[in-house]
Design a protein around this ligand. Sequence first.
Ligand SMILES: Cc1cc2nc3c(=O)[nH]c(=O)nc-3n(C[C@H](O)[C@H](O)[C@H](O)COP(=O)(O)OP(=O)(O)OC[C@H]3O[C@@H](n4cnc5c(N)ncnc54)[C@H](O)[C@@H]3O)c2cc1C
Length: 383
Amino acid sequence: MEFEFNEEQRMLRDSVRKMLAEVATPEYVRATDREGRYPYEVYEGFVKLGLVAMAFPEAYGGLGGGIMDFVAVSEEIGRVSYDYLGGYGTSVFNGMNLLHSASEAHKREFLPRLIDGSIRMSIAMTEPGAGSDAGAMRTTARRDGDHWVLNGQKVFSTGSGARDTVISLYAKTDTSVPYKQGISLFLVDNTTPGLQLRKLDTLGRRSIGTYEIFLDNVRIPADRLVGEVNRGWNTMLAGLQLERMMTTAGYCGAAQSVVDLALQYAKERQQFGQPIGDFQAIAHMLADMQTEVEASRTLMLKAAWEMATGRDALKTLSMAKLMASETYVKAANNGMQIMGGYGYIMEYDMQRHYRDARSTTIAAGTSQMQRNLIARQMGLHPR
Ligand SMILES: Cc1cc2nc3c(=O)[nH]c(=O)nc-3n(C[C@H](O)[C@H](O)[C@H](O)COP(=O)(O)OP(=O)(O)OC[C@H]3O[C@@H](n4cnc5c(N)ncnc54)[C@H](O)[C@@H]3O)c2cc1C
């Protein structure tokens, strides 16, 4: 049993680290967060380094990597900015969703463009009345000759406002059937007439941004339907596993960054004539933080291994998502305590982690929904 990335994955991780150190300097990350500016230069770095290509087969211009490569890259991006991972991850997992669910024609049309950076991808499932209960969505798509006509509203669509973005948008194509049935997946350019975007003013993750989408008689060609009509629910569920894998790897990287920042501070900051890290109260906090990050990471790697070897990863992945997100939140909270007043000022990065972390027990399935999923796998029926 291996508990480390292999040689190639370590090289890949090092190349990501090097590129991010050059492009996503601490000043750059702070500026994009402060100004709510999309990090186009960093995304270009992802593309140039082949990090988008990595996830796809060579037949579509990819490099034929696997889940473990995706995990290694996601963890590394998360170390620098969990927010930036939202830009990379949504493109890759939505592209991978096409790989598994779309027609050959769609794969040939969209994947090479995603890989060469001509397009990005985002996902729009959530609606004002359909959050955890995504099956309750009410946005509709009606067939009209050679087009589909979309009407409704989406919310919290991460990265949808970035230029050249194609949105994986789920809508009801049959309103006569209940709930999760009658949902289909569409590929919608974010510049399509009738589609309006509004960036939400969020506490954290301010650079990639998350958007409200208003759809008013948006006409898209009939061939923008992915897979079979009314079969979108299963496509969505399959895609969510990849999303959770990516986000969980990112939480582990980000939480480790928090520990590193707090540890460095605890070694340097002197009070009462000694480094604060030599007070047992602080040392034990750091020891607990590192232990929790390691435990989260081990669970995350187990889930990745299960996915990579074709096993059913649902339970482990839900446990890993739950634990790693709660660990990131807790670590950022404690990290701020360790830094005292300095953790609370905008010049230091701990406050950004504190803000970014807070979204992680909500997005990609709340902690409560993960617990429901885990309990169901244990034969319980939580209501
Ligand atoms: C930063 C950010 C980025 C996001 N990005 C995207 C994106 O790219 N695309 C997209 O489609 N969506 C995205 N989302 C939406 C996200 O998936 C939803 O916010 C999430 O599913 C929860 O939905 P809600 O916010 O409507 O909360 P609700 O579902 O209304 O939940 C409110 C509270 O009730 C609890 N609750 C609800 N149902 C149950 C239950 N059955 N059992 C126990 N507790 C329950 C929840 O856990 C939560 O604590 C994003 C959200 C955020 C914050």
